[in-house]
Design a protein around this ligand. Structure first.
Ligand SMILES: [Zn+2]
Length: 480
């Protein structure tokens, strides 16, 4: 038997251990690089991430964003210019020397995020209303001095997409925020099948420097929520600080209105692994799988081998529009099945002696763990509908889990019972930071995620916790 023992933890019983094993065994990351908190992305995760980035970039460009690449260093003076944004300083890695210990004149931050790099340049690029809107984005890595790290959830260097937009009016900025939310939904839910909820974050939990923060959360199998994207209304705060001004149609000078948006690629990947995965390993949506169809030849002697391989090649040729491979390694068929199931390959085609002699193949679906015989003639049509069907299965399962884990307790007693379980609670709330902090302390970390931006929900009665008059309906959960 090969060394590969598969996943030995159950997702429903010990999610954390299951996740650690999937990351290791499905070739996602190697944590042994000798700088703590920095991971090596292995081939399988790199390929999946590349497909995901492609989806997001296409969506960005559909809404008028253009790509750029900014330097990874930001001078200290830029980073500290906007008062609230200054709060990023404890999270920053600094470059302070060059060569053989020569001190740099300007201390340089390894970008934790790039507002203060982009906006210095926007102050040079934007002159008149004709330059607006300006919508640029980049896909890069950023650096954060995180005390505790976990692959794809929290890291000291991670993949990041950030869009920075400037407008003539606040109304246009607000429209952009709606578009950003659509963008997230179109990819995270529609293409990757990960259910999301949209919240307006409370004032005490905004992005540093933003007027308003809107964020997207999903629910992981251990009942904690994970923020997978956010978009921020920056108002004119940065444009005042950085002097980003434009002459309007009457030649009057104004500050631009700004938004910044970032789908959290790394965390969306973590959600993809966690939400769809099962006890055998990854389960990937067809569209982003690095190999969509794996053909596995089954033979026990050289005579069979020839006929079987011939049929495998024929099948592969007929499926050239997909990412398809033949596994002709020396492993046994069983080992191959097991291995590629762990890697989440959505479709397997088995070709043995019977298939080679007959006019059919055996098709296995990873999402349903189901085998069926499909005639050679019908194979093309059969595969055409599989990507959609597989995505539907993943969506249905994931949404059912999310729905089952949203509670609406009616009183403080039930609230305390529900937050001690996994999941999200929806409750009337007084809207004060003080009450939010008390809840957080009393419940081992339950936090206010915000008010829904999808549903208009009116609070009735009193705050679930402090009994003062409720001002809003909020969602609370423990978080990553
Ligand atoms: Zn309260």
């Amino acid at each position: 038997m090969a060394q590969d023992q598969g996943i030995r933890a159950r997702k429903s019983e010990n999610f954390s251990e299951w996740y650690t094993q999937v990351v290791d065994k499905a070739d996602l990351a190697d944590l042994r690089y000798n700088v703590q908190g920095f991971i090596v992305h292995k081939t399988w995760s790199t390929k999946i991430l590349r497909e995901m980035i492609r989806l997001f970039e296409a969506e960005m460009e559909k809404t008028g964003h253009e790509p750029v690449l900014f330097p990874s260093v930001i001078p200290e003076e830029n980073l500290k210019r906007e008062g609230d944004h200054f709060g990023f300083v404890p999270e920053v890695f600094w470059v302070t020397e060059k060569g053989a210990g020569e001190k740099l004149e300007k201390k340089l931050a390894l970008r934790p995020t790039s507002e203060t790099a982009f906006y210095q340049m926007y102050s040079l690029w934007i002159r008149s209303w004709r330059d607006l809107p300006m919508k640029k984005y980049q896909t890069v890595t950023v650096f954060r001095n995180e005390p505790v790290t976990r692959p794809f959830l929290r890291g000291r260097e991670f993949i990041f997409m950030e869009a920075h937009d400037a407008f003539e009016t606040h109304a246009e900025a607000e429209k952009q925020i709606e578009q950003d939310k659509e963008n997230m939904k179109n990819v995270i839910w529609e293409r990757l099948g990960i259910p999301v909820m949209f919240f307006r974050r409370p004032q005490w939990d905004k992005f540093l420097g933003a007027d308003e923060t809107y964020a997207t959360d999903t629910l992981l199998p251990d009942g904690k929520v994970l923020q997978v994207g956010s978009t921020h209304d920056l108002g004119q705060k940065f444009s005042r600080t950085f002097g980003i001004k434009f002459a309007d149609k009457e030649e009057k000078e104004n500050n631009v209105w700004q938004t910044c948006y970032g789908p959290g690629i790394w965390r969306i990947f973590a959600a993809l692994v966690s939400v769809h995965g099962d006890d055998k390993g990854l389960v990937l949506p067809f569209e982003i799988a690095p190999v969509q169809i794996m053909i596995v030849p089954i033979f026990y002697n050289d005579d069979d081998r020839k006929a079987v391989m011939k049929k495998c090649e024929k099948v592969r040729k007929s499926l050239s529009e997909y990412r398809v491979q033949i596994d002709d390694s020396g492993k046994t068929p069983g080992e191959k099945y097991h291995h590629w199931e762990m890697f989440g390959i959505p479709v397997r085609i088995e070709v043995g002696g019977k298939e080679a002699a007959g006019d059919f193949v055996t098709v296995y679906r990873r999402d349903l763990m189901l085998k069926e015989k499909v005639s050679d003639k019908a194979l093309g049509k059969h595969l055409e509908k599989l990507p959609g069907e597989i995505l539907e299965t993943l969506k249905r399962k994931a949404m059912a889990y999310m729905d089952e884990n949203i509670y609406s307790p009616k009183n403080r007693h039930d609230f305390l019972r529900d937050v001690s379980k996994a999941g999200i609670v929806r409750v009337p709330f007084c809207g004060t930071e003080e009450c939010a902090r008390t809840i957080q302390n009393d419940t081992k970390g339950t936090k206010v995620r915000g008010t829904s931006t999808e549903k208009k929900e009116k609070a009735i009665g009193n705050c679930i916790y402090c009994n003062r008059v409720a001002k809003e309906v909020v969602y609370m959960a423990k978080q990553y």
